[in-house]
Design a protein around this ligand. Sequence first.
Ligand code: GAL
Length: 936
Amino acid sequence: MKLIITFVFSLLSLTSFAQSNSLSNYREKLSLDKGWRFHLGDIPFPEVKGHLESYFNAKAGKAGGAAATDYDDTNWRILDLPHDWAIEGKIDSTANLAQGYRKRGIGWYRRTFKIDPKDRGKNLELQFDGISTHCTVWLNGNVVHRNWSGYTSFYIDMTDMAKYGDDLNVISIRVDAVDQEGWWYEGAGIYRHTWLVKRSPLHIITDGVFANPVKKSTSEWEIPVEVTLQNSEYLSKDGVISSTLVDSKGNEITAAEIAVKASPTDKTVANLSLKVSNPELWSVEHPILYKVKIVVKENGQITDTLTTTCGFRTIRFTADSGFYLNDKPLKLKGVCNHQDHAGVGVAVPNSLWDFRIKKLKAMGANAYRCAHNPPSKEFLDACDRLGILVMDENRNFNSSSEYMSQLTWMVRRDRNHPSIILWSVFNEEPMQGTEIGYKMVKRMSAEVKKLDTTRPVTAAANGGLFEPINVSQAVDVVGFNYQMDNYDRFHKEHPEMILTSSEDASAYMIRGNYTTDLTKHILDAYDTQRASWGATHRETWKTIAERPYLLGCFIWTGFDYHGEPSPFDWPTAGSNFGIMDLCGFPKTAFYIHQAQWIKDKPILQVVPHWNWEKAGTPVKVMAMSNAEKVKLILNGKVISEQKVDQYEMNSWEVPYEAGKLEAVGYSNGKKVSHFTIETTGKPAQIRLTPDRNKIKGDGWDAVPVTVEVLDSKGMAVQTADLPIEFEVQGSGEIIGLGNGDPNSHEMEKGNKRSLFNGLAQVILQSKEGGNGKLILKANSLGLKSAVLSLEVQAVADIPSVGVIKPYMVLDKWLLSPTSALKPDPNKEIAGNDMNSWQSVTAGQLRVFVDGNFAVYRNSFTPYQAQQDNGGKIVFKDLKGKAEIWLDRKLLAVKKDEAETDFIVQFAHGKGQRELSILIETTVGDNAGLGGFVTVE
Ligand code: GAL
């Protein structure tokens, strides 16, 4: 690797930059999500036997079985990614409880596509953002990648192996979801996006720009911009890289430029510097983003461009007074989360990340721990945009090179996100209190620092921290999981160390349930239930809030997730830890945290519902409020006024009486908030409430819809558990359903779902090219139906790789030596003879130097439909006279020597067929398979 900086200057002519060609022409990032073929279950590779077969089996491009280019996948299911096959199945008592009792297993995916011949010479890369769990990838019959984490992306350079024009490219992926990396629901399949990226030979590599602003003095900032270029050609190239900072309004603020020499087929790292005065700061309240545009030129011509976002913010971690964002103290009000949602499993549409983060922000949370793995890129983009701080966490604790590359991939991909403030290298590792654990963390932390020195490294330990050698000595921030009783002791013994809770609470509740019956797997939502190692929500926050030296909390968890059904097992299939349920419907814990965390507006919420059966039954009423006092009133009669306990909240034992229960909040002697709940009548009608009224017609956008039933007066019946059936019309479909009941075994796909304690959720997704309306109808026997109409906004299609119907290309041939005498076209090739015949591809004519005759040979297995019904072999540009023999029978004769397309029909027949083409031409002429041969 060689970098020659010939000159650096920081002021470019910004106008000439702005006037340069449209920047998008130099790289194309095309979605590869559409039109995959999927087979559930494994497809064993056929046994390889015999010399010839073994010989060719070991050659490039010759992968067998479902990895072979000509494998018959015509009957496989066709689907679009992201896809999680585990969520499609039934809950099954024989499956692993940790994975939500979902069968996972093995699956195969295949995708066939064409690349335009005018893309020859470009650098071509396949990108897979996430496949659960382990996978092997073949491209055009070559194994090109094995991925050993369900949470890391991988990029495959396919430049050399690409086929162009009518020659097809085939990706085959065997996904092994028998393997597990977690003890929670991990889904199964290609559950994040996939891409084909086309770039010029001189281009910026994937994750190749690091641009993270650093504060230099009170008003001065610098963005040290690091750009990694790749020159994929065999000649060295002189390039110029320019970098421009663009503010949130689109103004170009400053620029810099550097010249580089890019060695052939090598990477080159260039460093530029952008200096800025008084930028607008990124914060959780005002997440202002800037853009850094990179342009690469060779001989004055643009070869690549890339734009990345960044934010100006400082982060400071102290051992005595916690965390500071932009030099202002900020207690971390964090939640841990896994990455699945009701109905969709781990195949979460991008827009659902916004939905979930907005819910957390509405609760007053300002931090998110990605438990226990790197999240999707789109999630982090949403955190940047919406303003939430992130602890980005590595999955596998292992300092060997294979696993270290998972860690360094995470840092390289994620280090521009202003939202990320901490890198976590592990969660609860048994070696945390040992020398080995210490050494592994030390090594992993050193690797992180090579890529990013601006954020501290942490590890979430649930013990071992008082051992003589332990991981706290190897991290910048010590993370405690469930160590409430140890915070003070550790702080006293190590006042110089920076401490945070990295995981806490593990309190249990089920939304809308107000009794606990462990035998029935029912938990109340009064914040009374917790794991033996955990604490209630209220205890947790009190402990954190009263310790200024702690950075903050990360509550287990913000949302429920599939799997880990603690404290139960079968038939409970989902977690009970969430502050919100699997759909994002708030449980009581949501309001507890709102009252504790939100200070700038009044919060007041009361539980339970007011639909009890018997008058006089004592009902526990709980009010969550940030006022100074709360008064409870039942049917106009004051029950009592209480001083609000900011940690514990307030509760009353109230003899039930149907009617109206009211709570009023007072601060500074004034009424600041009011909450009312009334006894409802019977369900009379359904109500559908979308999260948004508009949906983009791009086939990706998704909108969750809340389903409730109302009584005849229009009040929501919180106790209803009725079955509802849905129907969709227009430009979209239902991609999943849920109701937040951890004990429910209803299907999460389809068009039916019962309400659980008054609520259910339907997730709608648009169709590509959609416009007009997307209509959802909800019906339930005896109730007035509801109809929801979403406006589908016509938008540009997401640039995608075209979907084609696969066909078989016969591209691997054996060619006999030329001969002066007409040979037997069906002559056997000896099993140990690798050399008399040569391997050739179709599409290239041969010069017949010393004879008139030669034979092409190919064995192929027609697709099942062709085996059943027969088919045709299409020769493009066949030159010379020819006899076409199939299974030693003459099928057709081409009588003239001219180059033409030639089509031969063949009859049905089982299994493999042997095809021989005898070519006859004039000595000295060229002849043979001038174009593709396809079986159709
Ligand atoms: C922790 C663990 C989490 C989850 C939680 C449940 O020990 O880090 O992944 O299992 O317990 O309480």
